[in-house]
Design a protein around this ligand. Structure first.
Ligand SMILES: Nc1ncnc2c1ncn2[C@@H]1O[C@H](COP(=O)(O)OP(=O)(O)OP(=O)(O)O)[C@@H](O)[C@H]1O
Ligand SMILES: [Mg+2]
Length: 470
């Protein structure tokens, strides 16, 4: 901007051309004077004798030199002035630091030429404070860009490594061993397990110990992206491919993950159409952006996860068998926490991080409880309790969330003796509930439930009515 001002001044002094559009010389002079006066930079110009001819209000504001100087030799007012040097040598001087009294500013100086002959010189200055403000702003913007870049990098970096998977369980250690070995290959991996068992922990650790660790790890939660958006997210689109598409086109997650790992979290939520397209990508190693003809090569390792029974989904036509074969090359099935209760004390200790301890009674409850939300639930339970007690205090039963306190009461109650028919009904109701819970609500789904329970559809509906199961 500062140099632009010098360019403007060079235009100003090239008044020869300005005559053309103006009616009189007087008008032309007024026109240029008005421009100089309205500038945000200080301007002072001398003629070939070194007499000051022009000074604008900004120059006065920055340097303190007033318009009294007009008509007088610059050196008589400002003995240290360097503008006369420019006049004599014809050489510009750029970014000269000046300080008079408590005023600091930066000056650019240039000779004024008319038809090649030096007829004067002009000095354009900017207060250093303003320069400093602009420099600071620039530095702040640069810092922001650096932070955003770091955030972008962090987004694509993994947080977890195998060492973070705390376990004493033999099956888990075996799984970690397989995962460590297969991490080094490019084979697809399918991680199965209930919610909160650590599927993402495994996926990130696999990426981290693979050759791809310096490249992006991109996690895509297939259940959270609307069905009509998923292809756009995965493959991107060409410029103007559909109404609302960006003009320059958009990179999809496959391209973003190039060289790295794409984690397809909850892969069972993809439609069979998208599964077919993904299968092609896995086979060909190429993707095609929506609305684009050409294929693009991508080098992406797929790790997928699911908490659902994919074989069951295949029988219902909701999952492609060929896609499962491809994903399943290596399958890791993470056991739920209730099947590795020996891990509970170790994971608890690690979460409490030496700052808190739990009462024996609490640990006994933890060991009895089934943890349907697995390690995530254990973590949330402890986070809750840690909020209630002070550091160093012991966590007792009363510091636990309601659901665990209720569970404790249930465990403590003496087993009631029911009349046999009530117990049978209770058991029947619970079996029906769990069978219906894990299936859909269409007639076909209900038929399947009835079949698996060995009863007719009519009996199923009668029992649902009897037990008020919706
Ligand atoms: N073995 C473990 N040791 C320590 N922390 C663990 C372990 N397994 C899981 N966690 C923690 O439990 C939480 C849930 O893990 P993660 O997100 O990997 O589960 P998930 O199987 O992907 O769950 P969801 O199916 O709900 O997505 C995380 O906070 C993770 O750090
Ligand atoms: Mg997960």
């Amino acid at each position: 901007m500062f140099l632009m001002c010098i360019a403007e001044i060079e235009m100003i002094v090239d008044i020869k051309h300005a005559y053309k559009g103006m009616v009189t010389i007087q008008q032309t002079v007024e026109w240029w004077k008005a421009i100089v006066e309205s500038m945000n930079d200080g301007v002072l110009a001398i003629d070939r004798e070194g007499i000051v001819q022009t000074i604008n209000p900004e120059y006065t504001r920055i340097t303190g030199v007033t318009s009294d100087i007009i008509g007088k030799p610059l050196v008589s007012y400002r003995p240290g002035a360097r503008l006369p040097q420019t006049l004599a040598s014809g050489e510009s001087q750029v970014g000269v630091y000046r300080k008079t009294h408590d005023r600091e500013y930066i000056v650019d100086m240039a000779p004024v030429r008319v038809e090649g002959e030096i007829v004067g010189a002009v000095s354009v200055c900017k207060s250093l404070n303003e320069v400093q403000v602009l420099t600071r702003e620039l530095e702040q913007q640069r810092q922001r860009v650096r932070e955003l870049q770091e955030q972008m990098d962090a987004l694509h970096k993994v947080r977890y490594v195998f060492e973070d998977i705390i376990t004493k369980n033999a099956k888990m250690n075996e799984l970690i061993g397989v995962a460590r070995k297969t991490a080094k290959t490019d084979l697809p991996i399918l991680i199965k397990g209930e919610s909160g068992t650590g599927k993402e922990l495994f996926a990130q650790s696999i990426h981290h110990s693979s050759e791809r660790s310096s490249k992006p790890f991109i996690a895509v939660n297939c259940s959270s992206i609307p069905a009509d958006m998923i292809e756009n997210e995965l493959f991107g689109h060409a410029g103007g491919a559909f109404p609302g598409a960006s003009d320059n086109g958009k990179q999809g997650l496959f391209e973003m993950a190039d060289g790295g790992t794409l984690f397809l979290d909850e892969v069972s939520d993809l439609s069979v159409d998208v599964q077919a397209k993904l299968l092609r990508v896995l086979q060909e190693g190429t993707i095609r952006r929506i609305g684009e003809g050409a294929e693009r090569k991508v080098d992406v390792r797929i790790v997928a996860s699911t908490h659902r029974d994919l074989d069951h989904l295949i029988t219902k036509g909701q999952f492609r068998e060929d896609f499962l074969y491809r994903l399943n090359t290596i399958a890791l099935e993470i056991p739920p926490l209730r099947e590795r209760k020996e891990d509970i004390p170790f994971i608890t200790r690690s979460i409490l991080n030496g700052k808190f301890r739990v009462d024996d009674e609490v640990m006994r409850l933890f060991m009895k409880y089934d943890w349907p939300g697995n390690i995530r639930e254990l973590r949330n339970t402890l986070d809750y309790a840690m909020c209630l007690v002070n550091e160093g205090e012991r966590i007792s039963l009363s510091d636990l969330p309601d659901v665990l306190q209720k569970q404790h009461q249930l465990y403590s109650e003496k087993p009631k003796v029911f009349p046999l028919h009530e117990a049978v009904e209770e058991a029947e109701k619970s079996i029906l509930q769990s069978a219906l819970q894990s299936s859909g609500s269409t007639v076909e789904d209900r038929q399947e439930v009835a079949r698996s329970l060995g009863i007719s559809l009519a009996t199923l509906y009668n029992k649902m009515k009897k037990y008020d199961i919706k």
